[in-house]
Design a protein around this ligand. Structure first.
Ligand code: DAU
Length: 239
């Protein structure tokens, strides 16, 4: 999912789409695509939108950099939210299950076991973080580790477990999207979709042990770049 206007990263996003900005030596969107490909997913749809959607073709072409023979693209009119972006994938997905990843999420973990063990309903991927108020946050039932609901960017987080931007859904997700109404910020929220699955008692959780970051703000983008620099060191030392 690589739509939206990236307003939090202006003026960087005046000239191109947020997901094509550099995270050290690669465009941001390379990372989530690599996460999918490393997990064995090769049938990939990029949902984007806004005035710079055409830039994706220039950068990603047919996915050769990922060893793919083709990539698919869909255009989201407006910035109606992550669930609205997901709705653009209905024809592509058909009756299959699908793994969704947000274009600004970086995950350094092999998700193959979590994806291949998916059975039904929905699976969310959580990470314990020091700043949960920036994310969707899991509220647990008083006893046990069952989920009572997910709260989007709560002022007082009910736990430290953020819901990351990776989700697996069965094909009923598109019917669920059709029943959504826009939130207070005017978006169709992926958290509302996840809460439908919570109400159905058909949601499972995978806790990410490795590093997870999003890159949607100046600070998180700078941090992600620093982590990639420290991990990669592809270039000569700058004097
Ligand atoms: O990063 C994880 C978080 O992502 C979750 O914890 C939250 O529950 C979820 O709502 C989301 O929160 P953000 O506020 O970070 O979402 P943001 O609006 O920044 O959108 C994240 C990505 O979703 C963005 O990089 C591209 C895609 N997107 C977003 C919108 C609003 C679209 O494709 N279309 C859209 O209309």
């Amino acid at each position: 999912m690589a739509g939206g206007l990236g307003t939090r990263l202006r003026p960087l996003t005046y000239a191109t789409n947020k997901h094509l900005l550099p995270v050290y030596n690669k465009p941001m969107v390379y990372h989530p695509i690599e996460t999918l490909v490393n997990a064995g997913i090769t049938d990939i749809l990029i949902v984007t939108g806004g005035p710079h959607a055409g830039d994706f073709i220039k950068v990603l072409r047919n996915g050769e950099d990922f060893g793919l023979s083709n990539l698919n693209y869909a255009y989201q009119e407006g910035e109606g939210g992550i669930a609205d972006a997901l709705a653009q994938a209905e024809t592509f997905v058909g009756g299959d299950n699908c793994t969704v990843i947000l274009g600004d999420n970086l995950i350094f973990e092999d998700l193959t076991p979590a994806i291949s063990s998916f059975k039904s309903g929905a699976k969310i991927f959580t990470k314990t973080v020091p700043d949960p108020e920036r994310f969707g946050v899991v509220e647990y039932e008083p006893v046990g580790d069952g989920i009572s609901r997910i709260v989007e960017k709560p002022e007082i987080p009910p736990s430290s477990d953020a819901v990351t931007g990776v989700y697996i859904y069965d094909s009923t997700v598109f019917d669920k999207v059709r029943t959504l109404s826009p939130s207070e910020r005017g978006e169709l929220e992926i958290t509302d979709i996840n809460n439908f699955y919570v109400e159905d008692g058909d949601i499972s959780v995978y806790k990410i042990q490795g590093t997870w970051m999003d890159c949607g703000t100046f600070d998180s983008l700078a941090k992600a770049t620093e982590v990639m620099y420290n991990d990669t060191h592809v270039f000569e030392e700058v004097v």
